[in-house]
Design a protein around this ligand. Structure first.
Ligand code: PEP
Length: 257
């Protein structure tokens, strides 16, 4: 029997909110709204310092981090290791987000972080995405390279732990002069990503969930989930509003009937 891939709605809170109190309220409010959710996996990735408190609020809300440094302990001022995050009860870790790449993170850095995260027991959410698109369609090569380098040396045995999130930078809510991506844009790239993953991992690639992220809100989530060719969504801005984020989760659940 074919394995059913569970859809996932994942919040990327970025460097928000300002206080632990607000963070706890947000998770508590989401938790109250999702008591009937059974088929959809829900993850929230807050800033590091909220992880420990938030993970205890609801069994239905899985906690993820937004970065991880390779290794366990050592002389790396300011860093938080994959092993520390795992031991704290963190499951997911967003890696290679465009906002970290903008600070200088390379595909090789992301590759090291993915390897360390898997070795520590974390489930990486690898973000890929192009800054711009043009007529030459060169962005396909960029995504191919991101996948190739970031997943280099990862074995087929780890595919069930990996998620790939397609996040076109031009569609992210905070990008100046941003424009909307469509479900067609998402589907086209999801097919391309799955083809590349299949070329690398063979049929084990079907275990890798592919997500879309970039200004998804409670109004557009249904279209991306229904027509975007993806197994879930990575949500930034809209995930900081408990009502909007819960509506996105409920939309996913309703489509999963
Ligand atoms: C993100 O940057 O990961 C993201 C999904 O942001 P937004 O939804 O705010 O565009």
């Amino acid at each position: 029997m074919e394995k059913v891939i569970k859809k996932i709605i994942c919040a990327n809170w970025k460097m928000n909110p300002l206080t632990l109190k607000e963070a706890e309220k947000l998770v508590n409010d989401i938790a109250k709204n999702i008591t009937t959710i059974k088929k959809t996996e829900i993850a929230v990735c807050p800033p590091f310092l909220y992880l420990e408190k938030l993970r205890k609020i609801s069994k239905k809300i899985i906690i993820g981090a937004q970065d991880a440094f390779p290794g366990d302990v050592g002389a790396f001022t300011g860093e938080v290791s994959a092993e520390m995050l795992y031991l704290l009860g963190t499951k997911y870790v967003i890696l290679g987000h465009s906002e970290r790449r903008a600070l200088g993170e390379t595909n090789d850095d992301v590759n090291k972080k993915i390897k360390a995260s898997i070795a520590s027991g974390l489930y990486p959410i690898l973000c890929v995405g192009e800054r711009t698109r043009d007529e030459s369609h060169d962005y396909f090569n960029l995504i191919k390279t991101q996948l190739e380098v970031c997943l280099s040396g990862i074995s087929k045995n780890s595919t069930a732990k990996i998620i790939v999130a397609y996040e076109p930078i031009w569609a992210i809510s905070t990008t100046p002069d941003r424009r909307d991506a469509t479900a067609d844009d998402s589907r086209e790239m999801a097919v391309f990503i799955r083809k590349n993953l299949f070329d690398k991992f063979g049929k084990d690639a079907t275990q890798i969930r592919v997500l879309y992220g970039g200004s998804v809100n409670e109004k557009t989530a249904g279209d991306f989930l229904e027509n975007g060719g993806v197994d879930g969504l990575l949500v930034g801005q809209a995930s900081l509003d408990a009502k909007k984020f819960s509506t996105i989760i409920k939309t996913c659940e309703a489509l999963n009937k």
